[in-house]
Design a protein around this ligand. Structure first.
Ligand code: NDP
Length: 433
């Protein structure tokens, strides 16, 4: 905190991990005596750069671009790119730090990284988005590579942006390699990658519910966000017979009192991915838009926060507990504040942190890299089955390290220790680097 006083999100993420690891570290002093913790919280490399671009009025605009190469102990750096005005060094360091543990949990050989820019894609034309992506990649291309650092999407970076960046990388380097994941199917993408984070989150929630002999079928599920993760979490919940009662965006919550229908899901997909419109415009016809509200005051059995960091605080957690919510799985990264997590743990609510519950996205990105390396293409069924197995194995790892005496699984502790052990053992084996 003394060295980087203006990075509250990074401190929050580090505090959560180190707090839950501490008893394990004290019982295993080999991890305390080798500067492992000090090295884990210091990125291997931070790259910051100017991103100049020209808007539709011929005006030159300048944004700041970043890539955090956090840890490469178990594989090349891997993690998404975020384009959002709130992006700064502290936010990206928190995301990169979380990514290190998450990637380790997938059991695939991927180190951790994250990047992005303080660029706001909202209201920009297609041409502006393309020129921004090309300028961003012009600098980023010097620092990444298929065996070095493989970025993917995140908030504000979807299939369209990945396409523009991939095209620019190829043009600059004159090579067709797996340097980005989340690519379109026609140029090396994997089936199920768009669905993977949302599906994976629901697969994880299913595993958690089994602890209480429950299932998704018939449950009321509150979802926040309406982007990539939220959309496919909603689809999987519908498929499993659950009732999706909300989605949201930064303007408010769209509430479906009787549960979202398939037609309403289709309308959401068209609005968000083709028209790029605001949720408010879907108000009416079986759903109500509640301006400025998050979904957590709604009565639900399961909550899936899938929008952004710190979108569910202690007061929200109290509402959920009072309304009988039994499980929360984080589709987003760190959507629950530390205080909210403490409350949920105290009340023995099933709670899965993002590094476990949303690891399906990066896992399928890893599978996309494997397919590219083998120069072949797996079917949707094959990828989905592998995703399902990976989410089950992450659940087992959390159970192994996080089961408490009364049988309750502390998923925060379990995920942190399981991810840490893999990375720390690799770091120990490789000496002080
Ligand atoms: P998208 O850009 O597709 O969607 C983001 C959604 O979150 C939008 O509905 C957006 O609303 C909302 N949102 C963003 N910022 C805020 C804010 N400050 N306040 C309220 N709502 C906000 O992103 P993704 O769905 O890809 O990512 C969502 C979360 O999931 C992020 O935390 C991301 O890091 C995490 N994640 C994503 C993965 C992936 O594969 N995509 C993998 C693992 C984690 P609006 O349009 O109004 O801004």
């Amino acid at each position: 905190k003394r060295r980087d006083p203006d990075q509250p999100e990074f401190h929050q993420a580090a505090e959560e991990v180190l707090g839950s690891l501490w008893p394990f570290l004290e019982a295993n002093p080999k991890y305390l005596n080798n500067g492992i913790i000090e090295r884990l919280i210091e990125p291997e490399r931070v790259i910051m750069f100017r991103v100049p671009w020209v808007d539709d009025h011929g005006q030159v605009r300048v944004n700041r671009g970043y890539r955090i190469q956090m840890n490469s102990a178990i594989g090349p750096y891997k993690g998404g790119l975020r384009f959002h005005p709130s992006v700064n060094l502290g936010v990206l360091k928190f995301l990169a730090f979380e990514q290190v543990f998450k990637n380790a949990l997938t059991s695939l050989p991927m180190g951790g990284g994250k990047g992005g820019a303080d660029f706001d894609p909202k209201g920009k034309s297609n041409g502006e988005i393309m020129r921004f992506c090309q300028s961003f990649m012009t600098e980023l291309s010097r620092h990444i590579g298929a065996d070095l650092d493989i970025p993917a999407g995140d908030i504000g970076v979807g299939a369209r942006e990945i396409g523009f960046m991939y095209g620019q990388y190829k043009r600059l380097r004159n090579e067709f390699t797996s340097v980005l994941t989340g690519k379109g199917i026609s140029y090396g993408g994997s089936l199920i990658r768009p669905e993977a984070t949302g599906y994976g989150c629901v697969y994880f929630a299913e595993q958690m519910l089994k602890q209480r002999d429950q299932q998704i079928d018939g449950k009321r599920v509150a979802i926040s966000g309406s982007g990539n993760v939220a959309q496919y979490a909603a689809q999987k919940v519908l498929e499993l017979g659950g009732r999706v009662i909300s989605v949201s965006d930064s303007g408010g919550t769209l509430y479906y009192p009787d549960g979202m229908t398939q037609a309403q899901w289709d309308a959401l997909m068209t609005l968000k991915n083709e028209q790029r419109g605001r949720l408010e415009s879907l108000h009416g016809d079986g759903c109500e838009f509640i301006v400025g509200q998050r979904p957590w005051h709604l009565s639900c059995d399961i909550a899936l926060p899938c929008a952004t960091q710190n979108e569910l605080d202690a007061e929200d957690a109290r509402h959920l507990i009072e309304n009988g919510c039994i499980a929360i799985a984080e589709g987003a990264n760190m959507p629950c504040t530390l205080e909210a997590v403490d409350l949920l743990q105290e009340h023995r609510i099933l709670f899965a942190p993002g590094k476990a519950a949303n690891a399906g996205g990066v896992a399928v990105s890893g599978l996309e890299m494997s397919q590219n390396a083998m120069r072949l293409h797996w079917s949707a069924g094959e990828v989905d089955e592998k995703l399902h197995c990976i989410m089950q194995s992450i659940h087992s790892a959390c159970e192994y390290y996080g089961k408490e005496e009364d049988g309750h699984i502390n998923y925060v502790k379990g995920a942190n220790i399981a991810g840490f052990v893999k990375v720390a053992d690799a770091m120990l084996a490789q000496g002080v680097v």
